[in-house]
Write a protein that binds this ligand. Structure first.
Ligand SMILES: O=C(O)[C@@H](O)C(=O)CO
Ligand SMILES: [Mg+2]
Length: 273
C-alpha cells in the first residue's frame, strides 16, 4: 500500500507551521513534506519531527525570490552562484532533518528565451547539484508543473522531465510525478504511471483533486483507482516511495478543516486493510 505524506505547506492552514507536525501525526500520517523550511532552524523542525514520530520525506531547495515571483533558479543563466548556494543550504537542512529527497524547482523562462536555449544551463546546474547531493546521500527531484498555475515554468511534461533526467545522467536524479499537474497538462494518468514507475526514475508522487486542487475525492479524478495502479506497479517493480498530499483543504483554514476532509484517506486505508 502506498504511504501518504502530509504536505504541511498546504494542509492545516488553520495552524502555525510548527504546529502542523503534531496535527499530521494525530491524523495518522507517518511522513511530511513541505515547500520551504528556511524560516526555521533545521534543529527546531527536527525536534517537531521527532516529537511527532514523523519522517521528513521531501522539501524544496531555495527557489530564488519567491515573493518577487521567482519559481526556481536551475534554468537561469547568470544565476549559477545563487543556485549553488541554495543547494548547499538545502543539503544542510536535509542532513539535520534526515530527509532523503530535495525538489529542485526549474524556474520561469526569461522573456524571449526558449526551453532549448536554457537546457544547457539547466543540465549543467543539475549535474553539479547531483554530485553534491550524492555525497550527502540525497536524491534530487525534478517536477513538471502546469502552466495555468505557473505561467512560463520551464518544465511541464513528464516526457521532458525524463529526457532531462537522462541527459543529466546521475543515478540520484529522479522525477517528482505530481498527478494534479500531470492531469492538467497531459492526462492519461494510469498509462503514464505504468510507463514511468517501472523505470526507477520516479522518486515521489503528489496528489490533489483537479481542477481546484482540493481533496483528492473532489473533482474529476478517480484516485482510489490510481492508488490501485500505483500499488500494483510498485509491488511488481519494488518501488517504495511516498505519495505527498499536496492540496488546499476545501474548508480552508476553518478549525478541523483539514482533518474533516481526510475521509478519502480513511476510506482508502479501511479498504486496503
Ligand atoms: O506542485 C507544486 O506546486 C509543488 O510541488 C512545488 O514544489 C512547487 O510549488
Ligand atoms: Mg507538486
Amino acid at each position: 500500500m502506498p504511504r501518504f505524506a502530509a504536505n504541511l505547506s498546504m494542509l492545516y492552514p488553520e495552524l502555525p507551521f510548527l504546529d502542523r507536525f503534531a496535527a499530521a501525526a494525530r491524523d495518522g500520517f507517518e511522513g511530511v513534506e513541505y515547500l520551504f523550511p528556511y524560516e526555521h532552524a533545521p534543529e527546531v523542525i527536527a525536534e517537531r519531527l521527532q516529537a511527532a514520530g514523523l519522517q521528513q520525506v521531501l522539501f524544496n531547495a531555495p527557489p530564488g525570490d519567491w515573493n518577487g515571483g521567482e519559481r526556481g533558479l536551475a534554468c537561469l543563466p547568470g544565476r549559477e552562484d545563487e543556485f549553488r548556494a541554495g543547494i548547499a543550504q538545502a543539503l544542510r537542512y536535509a542532513q539535520v532533518l534526515r530527509c532523503p529527497r530535495v525538489h529542485v524547482m526549474a524556474g520561469l523562462l526569461p522573456s524571449g528565451r526558449t526551453r532549448d536555449e536554457l537546457r544547457p544551463t539547466y543540465v549543467a546546474n543539475l549535474r553539479w547539484a547531483a554530485a553534491e547531493a550524492a555525497r550527502a546521500g540525497v536524491n534530487l527531484l525534478l517536477e513538471p508543473i502546469n502552466l495555468r498555475d505557473m505561467p512560463g515554468f520551464f518544465l511541464n511534461r513528464q516526457d521532458h522531465a525524463h529526457d532531462l533526467v537522462a541527459a543529466i545522467g546521475a543515478a540520484n536524479v529522479q522525477v517528482q510525478m505530481d498527478l494534479y499537474h500531470c492531469q492538467i497538462v497531459e492526462g492519461d494518468l494510469a498509462a503514464k504511471i505504468r510507463q514511468y514507475l517501472p523505470t526507477g526514475r520516479v522518486g515521489h508522487f503528489q496528489i490533489a483533486g483537479v481542477p481546484q486542487r482540493h481533496e483528492p475525492d473532489l473533482g474529476e479524478l478517480n484516485y482510489p483507482f490510481l492508488f490501485g495502479v500505483i500499488d500494483d506497479v510498485a509491488q511488481a517493480c519494488g518501488w517504495q516511495g511516498w505519495i505527498g498530499c499536496e492540496y488546499r483543504p476545501a474548508r480552508g483554514a476553518t478549525a478541523g478543516g483539514t482533518s474533516d476532509g481526510l475521509d478519502w484517506l480513511r476510506r482508502w486505508r479501511a479498504a486496503a486493510a
